[in-house]
Design a protein around this ligand. Structure first.
Ligand SMILES: NC(=O)c1ccc[n+]([C@@H]2O[C@H](COP(=O)([O-])OP(=O)(O)OC[C@H]3O[C@@H](n4cnc5c(N)ncnc54)[C@H](O)[C@@H]3O)[C@@H](O)[C@H]2O)c1
Ligand SMILES: O=C(O)[C@H](O)COP(=O)(O)O
Length: 573
């Protein structure tokens, strides 16, 4: 147990206490020491943290301390857990929420550091810096074995054009690289401004790139994003980089690709377990001659550590004085006093956002960034004095399946701006002729190119008896609860379709909870003006299936191949 630079001020019984069991920059801690007893003791074991924590009101950590449910339960006085960085994978956030403990982080304090570290690995893999240094230290002078390549005029592929990805793109342009990117949710306009070619899919860029770097969060959809199949499609001279999270490249596949010469080299900062378990694929990668590896140093710069420390310590100060933080991971979208009235509609709007992203965007080459969303509240809902929670719920729903941003009422606007999502709200008090008392319409459209009107999509929903329902999806009337796993099929309205779909699902052991056919809303504008996916006609229908069971890509592929099926989406709400 090593006492560190910022030792606890002399304990004062009335002063709240904060435990900092990792190395956190003193700049932020200095904001706290005038008000609280700050105990920056590093090197504590898990048991030692559990025995100490009952006396503390705040806990500040980086990625090494595991803030488990046990730690949180022992922390009877804990009000806040702060993560001096972005990822909260080491914190049991649901357990904190259940105990009313606020978890805060610093979503942007270390993005420059992470981007610069990516460029450091890019150049290190290009010029064999790690191996050259190692052999020289062994007393060898091996110039001819260590000839590198230049990066100028080479192509860098970026997967995930978010905060870090965009910074890497700018730096790579400065190195005179051509930059192509894949991010189905990024703003095409921002990419264009940065001189980045946004491509529709991974398959488009893999054979072309000389370097590949990933900057997505680790989500169910990005786990093993790059496996054997993808690595085999790359150039034998290609180099891959990971400063995001271990697991986005399948580590066993990467090891094989390097061993068998499918690609030339890798620069890795993050691993699926840290430190890598002995004999694991991650551990073999760190020792591999074609790999330059660093022990999760992406955020480890003096400047980034100052930023994240100031960021979270400001929030800890605010929370312990009874205020609201700016980057809470688990602050509710809805405050207790509004809960009863707004909660069902908040749930509805969040589900509408999730449905939008997964049905209209996921895997279809669409974009969220740059789109304009219009939320219209009808009837009773239009009379609510505060619709901020509904606005926040839409942002949360739109980004939930693509980002680990934690949206709440305080940061919703900022996150919408960062993702180039524009949302306007319209209030229609008129109740006459309204089928449902709490109806919400979500319209999404872009400006199109060349001055033409762009595409538009509609989702409409309502609440009844505290439950949410979707009443319109694109050009189709429907009435289904947005819950669980849904398969949505766009098909020709012909006899026999239902049987065909049932056969495919039956073959895969998928249980159908409910099934509904949505019919064309003939009151809407003619199909050619609705610009959905370009396949519109007036003999089409939408089939919505609520399903249970393991759903693999094969099931969706099987359905896509069924006769008369125009499109299929898998939506998890
Ligand atoms: N190594 C380090 O020390 C370090 C430091 C900072 C951040 N990080 C990590 O870097 C990653 C990126 O951070 P950020 O702040 O830029 O996040 P961000 O949320 O700003 O950006 C993530 C981007 O990934 C995109 N995306 C999501 N799913 C995708 C998919 N399937 N295909 C393509 N794009 C997809 C999103 O649309 C978004 O634009 C995170 O995993 C973060 O934890 C690591
Ligand atoms: O999530 C993060 O902020 C980065 O991965 C950095 O983690 P660290 O604070 O442990 O360096």
């Amino acid at each position: 147990m090593a006492p560190s630079a910022v030792d606890a001020a002399p304990s004062h019984p009335a002063r709240p206490r904060i435990l900092v069991p990792e190395k956190v920059s003193p700049d932020g801690l200095a904001l706290l020491t005038p008000h609280f007893d700050v105990d920056n003791t590093t090197g504590l074991s898990a048991d030692e943290i559990i025995s100490k924590i009952p006396n503390y009101h705040g806990l500040i950590v980086r990625s090494e301390t595991k803030v488990t449910a046990e730690v949180l339960q022992a922390g009877k006085k804990l009000k806040v857990v702060a993560r001096a960085g972005v990822g909260v994978d080491n914190i049991d956030v649901p357990a904190a929420t259940a105990q009313g403990i606020i978890v805060v982080n610093s979503p942007a304090g270390n993005i420059v550091a992470a981007a610069e570290h990516t460029v450091a690995l890019l150049l290190a893999t290009a010029r064999n810096v790690g191996r050259a240094d190692g052999t020289l230290k062994e007393g060898k002078w091996e110039r001819s074995k260590l000839v590198g390549i230049e990066v100028g005029r080479k192509t860098l592929g970026i997967i995930g054009l978010g905060k870090v990805g965009l910074k890497v793109a700018r730096m790579a342009k400065g190195l005179r690289m051509k930059v192509v990117a894949v991010d189905p949710y990024a703003s095409a306009e921002i990419a264009r401004q940065e001189g980045v070619e946004l491509r529709p899919s991974l398959a488009d860029i893999l054979p072309e790139v000389d370097f590949l770097t990933i900057h997505t969060p680790l989500l169910a959809t990005t786990l093993d994003l790059i496996g054997e199949e993808e690595l085999k499609r790359m150039k034998k001279t290609a180099r891959v980089l990971n400063v995001a999270r271990g697991g986005v490249y399948n580590e066993a596949a990467l090891l094989k690709a390097l061993d068998e010469g499918w690609i030339a080299a890798a620069g890795l900062d993050v691993f699926s377990s840290e430190p890598p378990a002995p004999d694991s694929a991650a551990s073999k990668l760190t020792k591999h001659p074609k790999v330059v590896a660093t022990p999760h140093l992406g955020a480890s710069t003096v400047e980034a550590q100052e930023n994240v420390s100031l960021d979270v310590c400001t929030q800890v100060l605010e929370i312990l004085r009874g205020g609201l933080p700016t980057s809470a991971v688990n602050i509710p979208i809805i405050l207790p006093e509004e809960y009863r009235k707004l909660e069902p509609s908040v749930q509805l709007v969040e589900k509408m956002g999730r449905l939008y992203t997964q049905h209209f965007v996921g895997g279809k080459g669409g974009m969220i960034g740059g789109r304009k969303f219009e939320l219209t509240y009808h009837g009773e809902l239009a009379k609510m004095p505060n619709t901020k929670p509904l606005f926040a719920a839409l942002v949360k729903g739109l980004v939930a399946s693509i980002s680990d941003s934690h949206v709440n009422i305080v940061n919703a606007n900022l996150i919408a701006q960062q993702k180039a999502i524009s949302i306007s709200e319209t209030f229609q008090n008129e109740t006459k002729g309204l089928l449902y008392a709490n109806l919400v319409t979500l319209k999404a459209h872009d400006n199109g190119d060349g001055g033409k009107e762009g595409s538009q999509q509609i989702i409409e929903g309502y609440t009844s008896d505290q439950r949410a329902y979707i009443s319109k999806l694109d050009r189709f009337n429907a009435n289904f609860p947005p819950e669980g796993t849904l398969i949505i099929l766009h098909n020709y309205d012909q006899p026999g379709k239902i049987g065909g779909v049932g056969t495919v699902l039956g073959q895969h052991g998928i249980n159908i909870r409910f099934m509904q056919v949505g019919s064309l809303d003939r009151g809407l504008a003619p199909p050619q003006e609705q610009a959905g996916n370009g396949k519109e006609g007036d003999n089409e229908a939408l089939m919505i299936l609520g399903v249970d069971g393991p759903l693999s890509g094969d099931v969706i592929d099987g359905l896509r191949k069924s006769e008369g099926v125009l499109d299929v989406s898998l939506v998890r709400l």
